[in-house]
Write a protein that binds this ligand. Structure first.
Ligand SMILES: Cc1cc2nc3c(=O)[nH]c(=O)nc-3n(C[C@H](O)[C@H](O)[C@H](O)COP(=O)(O)OP(=O)(O)OC[C@H]3O[C@@H](n4cnc5c(N)ncnc54)[C@H](O)[C@@H]3O)c2cc1C
Length: 406
C-alpha cells in the first residue's frame, strides 16, 4: 500500500462508487470511507418505489456486500458523523472526537430533505423520505384506506403518491404552484402526469398554500390560506432537497447552494474534491454550473472525480439524465434546459409512448421520454451534439434517431 491517504466523507451512492473507482483506477493507498448512517452505501431510487411498496428486497439497494470493503481494503467507518474539516492540518473530525488525516479529501455528503415550515403543532410528525429508515417508517404508515396527504408534487412526492395509491391509500397531493414537477417541466408533460394520477384516484390541489398543520385525534388537520381545511391520517412532505455543504462552507471552501467544483471535481482547496448531490459543478457540455440530484450524476461524477484523484485527469462531461417511475409510466428526462422556444413531440403521448424534444433555435437542449427508454439514448446524443436538427425529422417516427445522431 502506498503512503497516500484518501478520506471520503459521505458513505452514500457517490461515496461508495468513488471508493470502488479509486481501487479500479489503481489507487493503492489508504481509503477511509466515513458515513453517518449505519447502513452500507446504498442507492436511493427504490426507496420511493419498489422498497416502499414492498415489491423489492431492501438488501438489493446496497452497492456492494460488506466483505467487499475489507477485501478492497476500504476502511468503512459507519455511524460516524464528521463535524469539522481542518484544512490547515488536513484532518476531519467526527462528532465523537476521532480524527482522520488525509492527503486528499473527497466530500460526498449528498443532500437532505428540505423541511416544511408551517404553523401548528404537527411539524415533528411530518414524514420526509431520504433514507432507508424513512422508507421503513413510512411503509408502516401506508395501510389500506388511510388518508395520505402529500405536500409537494415533485418527483418524490408523486412517486410516493403512486406507491401509496397502489397500496390502497387515499392520496391527496398539495402543491403550491400551478402544476407538478417544477417550473422547468413543459406543461404538456405536467398535464399527462396529472391525468395519469387522477385516473387512479389521486386528488390534486394546486395553488395550495398550507398555513398550518395540527394534530387532531389520531390524525391531522391541514389548514389552507383559502380557508379550507383537510383531514389526513399521515402527512408527508416532498418539497425538495438541501445540499449538505455546511462542512465545506465552515472549512472556507467556495459554496453556493452546493460545493463549487470544476469539471474535475476540484474545490477551491487543491487537496479537497467533491462529487454527487452536494456539488454545484461546471458542466463543459452546457458551459455552466449546475447542481443535480440524480442517480447518474452521483455515480458517474464520483467515478470521474475518483479517477482525477488517482492521477487520471478526465473531465466529467455528461448530458444530465434522470428518471422517475409513477404507476406504469417511466419518465426519463435528459438535458438541463432553463428555457426553450419549441416543443416537438415524437409519438403520441396519449398512446403512452413518446418523446418530447425541447429546442432552442432548432437545437435540442432537452428531451423527456414517456415509456421510451430505447430512443432516449439517442436523444441524449443529440443534446450532447448541440447542433440544429430538422424538427420534422425529429417528429417523424419513420426516421431513426440514430440516423440523426450521425
Ligand atoms: C427517495 C429517493 C428517490 C430517488 N429516485 C431517483 C430516481 O428515480 N432517479 C434518479 O435519477 N435519482 C433519484 N434519486 C436521487 C439519487 O438517489 C441521489 O441523486 C443520490 O442518492 C445522490 O447520491 P450522493 O452520494 O450524492 O448523496 P447521498 O446518497 O444522499 O449520500 C450522502 C451520504 O452522506 C452522509 N453524510 C452527510 N453528511 C455527513 C457527515 N457530515 N458525516 C458523515 N456522513 C455524512 C449522508 O448520511 C448520506 O448517507 C432519488 C433520491 C431519493 C431520496
Amino acid at each position: 500500500m502506498s503512503g497516500e491517504s484518501i478520506v471520503i466523507v459521505g458513505a452514500g451512492h457517490a461515496g461508495g462508487c468513488a471508493a470502488a473507482a479509486l481501487r479500479s483506477a489503481g489507487f493503492a493507498g489508504r481509503i477511509t470511507l466515513i458515513g453517518k448512517e449505519i447502513h452500507l452505501p446504498y442507492e436511493r431510487p427504490p426507496l420511493s418505489k419498489g422498497v416502499l411498496s414492498g415489491e423489492a428486497d431492501p438488501t438489493t439497494l446496497f452497492l456492494r456486500a460488506e466483505d467487499w470493503y475489507s477485501e478492497a481494503q476500504v476502511d468503512l467507518q459507519l455511524d460516524t458523523h464528521v463535524v469539522e474539516i481542518v484544512p490547515g492540518r488536513k484532518v476531519v473530525v467526527s462528532e465523537d472526537g476521532k480524527t482522520f488525516s488525509y492527503d486528499k479529501l473527497l466530500l460526498t455528503t449528498g443532500a437532505r430533505a428540505r423541511k416544511l415550515t408551517v404553523g401548528g403543532d404537527a411539524g415533528p410528525d411530518i414524514i420526509y423520505l431520504r433514507g432507508i429508515d424513512d422508507t421503513f417508517l413510512l411503509r408502516g404508515r401506508l395501510t389500506e384506506e388511510r388518508k395520505i396527504a402529500i405536500i409537494g408534487a415533485g418527483f418524490i412526492g408523486l412517486e410516493i403518491g403512486a406507491t401509496a395509491t397502489k397500496l390502497g391509500c387515499a392520496v391527496e397531493v398539495f402543491e403550491a404552484s400551478a402544476g407538478p414537477m417544477g417550473r422547468v417541466m413543459p406543461k404538456d408533460i405536467g398535464d399527462i402526469v396529472v391525468r395519469l394520477h387522477s385516473a387512479r384516484g389521486v386528488h390534486f390541489r394546486f395553488h395550495a398554500e398550507i398555513t398550518s398543520i395540527h394534530r387532531q385525534g389520531s390524525g391531522y388537520l391541514i389548514e389552507l390560506a383559502n380557508g379550507e381545511s383537510v383531514e389526513a391520517d399521515v402527512v408527508i412532505a416532498g418539497i425538495g432537497a438541501v445540499p449538505n455543504d455546511e462542512l465545506a462552507a465552515e472549512a472556507g471552501l467556495a459554496v453556493s447552494d452546493g460545493i463549487i467544483v470544476d469539471e474535475f471535481g476540484r474545490t477551491s482547496d487543491p487537496s479537497i474534491f467533491a462529487a454527487g448531490d452536494v456539488t454545484r459543478h461546471y458542466n463543459p457540455l452546457l458551459k455552466r454550473q449546475i447542481r443535480l440530484e440524480a442517480w447518474q450524476n452521483a455515480q458517474n461524477q464520483a467515478n470521474a472525480v475518483a479517477n482525477v484523484m488517482a492521477g487520471r485527469a478526465v473531465p466529467f462531461a455528461e448530458v444530465p439524465w434522470l428518471w422517475t417511475d409513477q404507476f406504469d409510466m417511466n419518465l426519463q428526462i435528459a438535458g438541463h434546459p432553463m428555457d426553450w422556444d419549441r416543443l416537438i413531440w415524437r409519438g403520441d403521448p396519449d398512446e403512452g409512448h413518446a418523446i418530447a424534444f425541447q429546442l432552442v433555435d432548432g437545437i435540442p437542449v432537452g428531451a423527456i421520454s414517456i415509456n421510451n427508454a430505447r430512443e432516449m439514448r439517442f436523444a441524449r446524443q443529440l443534446i450532447a451534439k448541440a447542433i440544429p436538427v430538422d424538427p420534422r425529422l425529429l417528429a417523424d417516427k419513420s426516421c431513426k434517431l440514430q440516423e440523426l445522431c450521425r
